[in-house]
Write a protein that binds this ligand. Structure first.
Ligand SMILES: [Zn+2]
Length: 414
């Protein structure tokens, strides 16, 4: 169908401009990824921030969906930006905020993009929403499909997905199919077979409408900081759509003349799944896929990121960098954030804090830093061991008070 008036979809490789959504959302000329581009960025600050209480859709003036289209929404977005107060020493950061995306309707940042992509898919007449996903994307897509009255179907690599990860998708009513190979193979099969069949709409992050929703995080952060742009925006990088999207959001604020500054984008990957970090530090624009990616942070266990080109461009343009952290650092950072700040995030979402414990001291003093916590900790509890049977037993009230004092006093800091 026709791209919304005032917008085009542009190939990031060969720069072909599309006035129609091409099949499968790939450039039909060279196979490159597409980006939604507004013909004129003339939105004022007052116009962009005039509305409140509609989640992502309050920013519709910078979204490629016309006013007349009724959105498929669960009131996503509008998540808290929490200033940290107890982990300054560990992170060497006195001015550190966490954007808590786990508070979205399906408990991850994916909802921001899904509301826009599903709205577009419904508008285009698709009947079945499809994705390759082992977790957050499938949960989000299934919820919005349910909301829209459409079907949801998911392809998974067989034998590599813990059932717990698919709980949300199953309850929302999605249908699941498995295939041999890795996650990357599953995505490849999906993209090759589904593209061009109008009854299906692909909801993986190659869908440029997803990134349009996800970019609204930049607008919210700017507003929540009292109309300030952070010095650093730190976030986990897996398939790399989100870093590309958030960077686009900040660039659009600058294109509109609302700000003159942009943040330095800092991506964080797990050591066992770091193709973008490797390409970045060797100065290459092309990644070498990691054949068998390994990390406890399942949300970023990606060997062949679909949006790697966009991400590398975002990192370079913003004078940012991409760091790697070990699984031990990720688990420690998750514990730190939960036990010292009351923020329980999934392992991938702890990677920015893990990275700051490494490099925080090397950044300029008093830098304004925003870390994006992409998903809620309740989604991924596999790495947490709880053994209630080995905890002490209170035989009477006196023993109870004694035990409570003995166990807890060491934790009190103020
Ligand atoms: Zn192209």
């Amino acid at each position: 169908m026709k791209v919304t008036a005032g917008w085009t979809l542009n190939c990031i490789d060969c720069e072909t401009v599309f006035e129609q959504d091409p099949p499968g959302y790939f450039c039909s000329n060279c196979g490159g990824l597409l980006e939604a581009v507004k013909k004129e960025y003339t939105v004022s600050r007052n116009e962009l921030f005039a509305k409140s209480g509609e989640g992502v859709w309050r920013f519709r003036v910078l979204l490629p969906i016309v006013q007349e289209v009724s959105p498929v929404s669960l009131l996503e977005g509008g998540t808290p930006l929490v200033r940290t107060r107890n982990i300054g020493k560990e992170t060497s950061s006195g001015n550190l905020y966490v954007k808590n995306e786990g508070q979205n309707p399906t408990a991850s940042f994916k909802d921001r993009g899904m509301t826009v992509a599903v709205t577009r898919a419904v508008q285009s007449g698709a009947r079945v929403l499809v994705c390759a996903s082992t977790g957050n994307t499938s949960a989000s897509m299934s919820a919005y499909a349910a909301r829209a009255g459409k079907a949801a179907a998911i392809i998974l690599p067989s034998g590599k997905v813990a059932s717990g990860k698919m709980v949300q998708a199953v309850v929302y009513g999605a249908k699941i199919v498995r295939t041999e190979g890795t996650f990357d193979d599953a995505l490849e099969i999906l993209l090759q077979s589904i593209s061009g069949l109008p009854e299906f709409a692909i909801m993986n992050s190659v869908n440029p409408y997803r990134l349009e929703g996800q970019k609204t995080l930049a607008f919210e952060v700017y507003e929540q900081l009292g109309f300030m742009v952070p010095d650093y925006l730190v976030l986990p990088v897996g398939n790399a759509g989100n870093i590309s999207a958030i960077w686009k959001g900040f660039k659009e604020l600058r294109l509109c003349g609302i700000t003159d500054k942009v943040p330095r984008m800092v991506g964080v990957q797990a050591e066992g799944a770091a193709p973008i970090a490797k390409a970045f530090w060797r100065g290459s624009d092309a990644i070498t896929p990691v054949q068998n990616p390994q990390t406890v942070a399942s949300a970023i266990r990606i060997g062949n990121p679909a949006s790697s080109k966009k991400a590398l461009a975002a990192l370079r343009e913003s004078q940012g960098m991409v760091l790697t952290v070990s699984d031990e650092q990720i688990i420690a950072a998750r514990k730190l954030l939960a036990s010292r700040e009351g923020l329980f995030v999934e392992p991938a979402s702890a990677t920015p804090i893990a990275a700051l414990t490494e490099i925080g001291a090397k950044l300029e003093r008093d830098s304004l830093i925003v870390c994006v916590a992409t998903g809620n900790g309740l989604k991924d509890q596999e790495s947490i061991h709880v053994d209630i049977d080995s905890t002490p037993v209170a035989s009477d009230g006196k023993k109870l008070v004694e035990l409570f004092r003995e166990l807890t006093y060491g934790q009190i800091r103020a």
